[in-house]
Design a protein around this ligand. Structure first.
Ligand code: DOR
Ligand code: ZN
Length: 440
């Protein structure tokens, strides 16, 4: 079965492509990209052989790749399931997500990994790559069976949601990361400094009477893990960077040739701690929203390449976990359905060129995880998103297909709407039948 997406503006940083053209797909794979407007007309192409999607006026990118998602299944299906989370992913333009292991039970063995892989294949709307726990039950005391999980399909290891407090265990994990050539993803936090804090520590936390998490909690943990990466030669990836000090430490480490990569999330380059005013639990997230200086530093890190990846840290929660006092509310923001347009705002503001933004949301995360995704190269799976960059809309969490409606971005006017998402050449999401398709 052939499929042609014609006349769209194709941007594929993995091949330096940035032109108007057509993507040819056969049996779910990309077979060719052609520059210039195609002469292919549905009436001269037998419809039973070729389907044509007209992407005139639209952009075509490799399907977005989120290396940091919480799908909540098994165990927290009331917050999200593999089905609802991957549906949210394709609505947001993502064709691949990596799911963090803080489920119930924790994904710390091959049985849980296999469950996630199987369920994703049968119910998922997109590719799901599990991330295994570094330590058993994410308790930080004993290494999990990383080798078995790798064989079952895990692409990286992390205790995300919690740091690995024990430096020797982190050292061992980084040593193993070399054997498995899978990165260790650090949730960089010094829990003793966080001290059960619920927002950024500063003047504002004092005036609100809330316990603060100092920036140092993140910076110290990042610096420790960088030292351990230098010691071991292991592959370190820093999750959700939120502080100026963290960006600085990663920049220096990269300059020193240490194998470290990093991600941030849209809330860290758009929002500050001020969102917590009024005890707005939608803005409670870990690491917490910081100061305007941190926001500027995170943006600078994106510009100069210190921060390789934009991930969502999609952390869906049930209403009941958020409609409560700030101290008791769950940490997290539901991010899959807003990440692209929030990130595209950086292009509109002149912070990043479009191709660099797409690189950070496609090929970079895929490279870090050594996967053949995030590209429109010949022979790759036809994982594609078609986006209307001119479409303005207002974020309405009630329209989310994720079970988690928890976002501090509700009501924000944005542009850049994913209008069609294809996985392996199959249409998995289509906004309002907005694109004309012939033969489908
Ligand atoms: O805000 C957060 N939510 N940060 C984390 O580290 C974990 C996540 C979750 O699982 O809800
Ligand atoms: Zn997370």
């Amino acid at each position: 079965m052939d499929l042609i997406i014609k006349n769209g503006h194709i941007v594929d940083p993995s091949q330096g492509i940035d032109f108007i053209g057509c993507v040819h797909i056969k049996n779910g794979l990309i077979i060719r990209i052609e520059k210039a407007v195609s002469a292919v007309m549905p009436e001269i192409t037998p419809p039973e052989i070729t389907k044509v999607i007209d992407a005139s006026g639209l952009y075509i990118f490799p399907g977005l790749f989120d290396m940091h998602t919480h799908l909540r299944e098994p165990g927290f299906e009331y917050k999200e399931t593999i089905k609802s989370g991957t549906r949210a992913a394709v609505r947001g333009g993502f064709t691949s997500v990596c799911c963090m292991p803080n489920t119930k039970p924790v994904n710390d063995n091959e049985t849980v990994t296999e469950f996630i892989v199987k369920k994703s294949l049968s119910e998922g709307f997109c590719n799901v790559f599990p991330i295994g726990a570094i330590t058993k039950r994410q308790e930080g005391s004993e290494l999990a069976e990383m080798g078995m999980m790798k064989d079952a399909g895990c692409v990286a290891f992390s205790d995300d949601g919690r740091p690995v407090g024990d430096s020797l265990l982190m050292r061992r994990a980084l040593e193993y990361s070399k054997v498995f050539s899978s990165p260790i993803i650090s949730h960089a936090e010094d829990l003793s400094l966080s001290n059960d804090g619920v927002m950024n520590e500063g003047y504002l936390s004092t005036t609100l009477g809330l316990r603060g998490i100092p920036a140092a909690s993140e910076v110290i943990a990042i610096k420790r893990d960088i030292e351990l990466a230098a010691l071991t030669g292991g592959r370190l990836h820093i999750a959700h960077v939120s502080t100026a000090g963290g960006v600085r430490a990663i920049r220096e480490a990269k300059r020193d040739g240490i194998a470290v990569t990093a991600e941030t999330c849209p809330h860290y380059f758009h929002l500050t701690e001020a969102e917590a005013v009024g005890y707005n639990t939608a803005a409670k997230v870990n690491p917490p929203l910081r100061t305007i200086k941190d926001v500027e530093a995170v943006r600078q890190g994106l510009i100069d390449g210190t921060i390789d990846v934009i991930a969502t840290d999609h952390a869906p929660h049930h209403r009941d976990d958020k409609i409560c006092e700030f101290d008791g509310a769950a940490f997290g923001i539901s991010g899959l359905e807003t990440a692209f347009s929030l990130s595209f705002a950086l292009v509109k503001e002149g912070v990043l060129p479009l191709n660099e933004l797409i690189e950070k949301m496609t090929i970079r995360p895929s490279q870090i995880l050594k996967l053949n995704k995030g590209t429109l190269k010949d022979g790759a799976d036809a994982d594609i998103v078609i986006v209307d960059l001119n479409k303005d809309f207002i974020i309405d969490p009630e329209q989310f297909v994720s079970k988690g409606k928890n976002t501090p971005f509700g009501g924000r006017r944005l542009s850049g709407l994913p209008v069609m998402t294809l996985c392996k050449g199959m249409v998995k999401y289509h906004f309002n039948n907005s694109i004309i398709m012939d033969g489908i």
